[in-house]
Design a protein around this ligand. Sequence first.
Ligand code: HPA
Length: 277
Amino acid sequence: MSPQMAEVMQVINRYAPQGFVPKAGLILGSGLSSLADQITNPVSIPYQAIPGLQAGGVAGHASLLVMGYLNNVPIVCLRGRLHLYEGVSYESIRILVRIVRRLGASAFIITCAAGSMRPEVGPGDLMMINDHINFHPGNPLVGPNDETIGPRFVSMEDAYDPMLQELMQGAANRIGIPLSRGVYISTLGPSFETPAEIRAYRQWGADAVGMSVVPEVIIARHSGMRVACVAAITNAAAGLSKEKISHEGTLHFGEIAARKLIKLIPEFMKDMNNVLV
Ligand code: HPA
């Protein structure tokens, strides 16, 4: 372990309950933090307490790493995502995801808000991500490689774990929540896209667009965690609807999608707990 990560884990372990080993990490996208309210026996660490982390985030809204139980499954939840558009570094995102792995999680479950490029998937719907296009500037693994975490060159085939996708689909079917699947393209933001950009991304094969996810997936895969991702569709992407995109609109439909995610993720966790060792 690097000296920096050792220092980080010293702080985390000071807070962590004795013998606590999470099955999964869970990252909550904008508007989805109510899922964290379902966590029982929570132990929270403010991001500010984690060495080397640029906290970012919206003023007055605490970003917390929460250790606890979701549907009786031990998890570590990242409540408050770091976005590159806030000016935070890849380094901060690396620290957060690697904490999850170091605590012992073998899966990383990602939620996010996204715009849909598919006419049949609209605001308030859920889309499970099954592949991505990295259109962020750079790659979070650039720099010296820490071989104790993972290999220099990481395969991104099956980055979105086929088995976890099947479990997620099964959970959605069981509780009657429609779940489409698609490819996510990441943009830096914070501006939304132009209609011309969206036309281009559609031709590249993307189905959803957003400003996060991809760095987290690359870091999680590098460290050997299985990944699953569900996007809360908050809007039709630019130029695809008469409705103009606004932050307020994304919050409104984010809430509708969040109500579904709040049921889906705990249901999925139960299955995941039975399958993953
Ligand atoms: N574009 C980028 N990010 C987003 C969008 C979008 O349309 N909706 C929610 N996050």
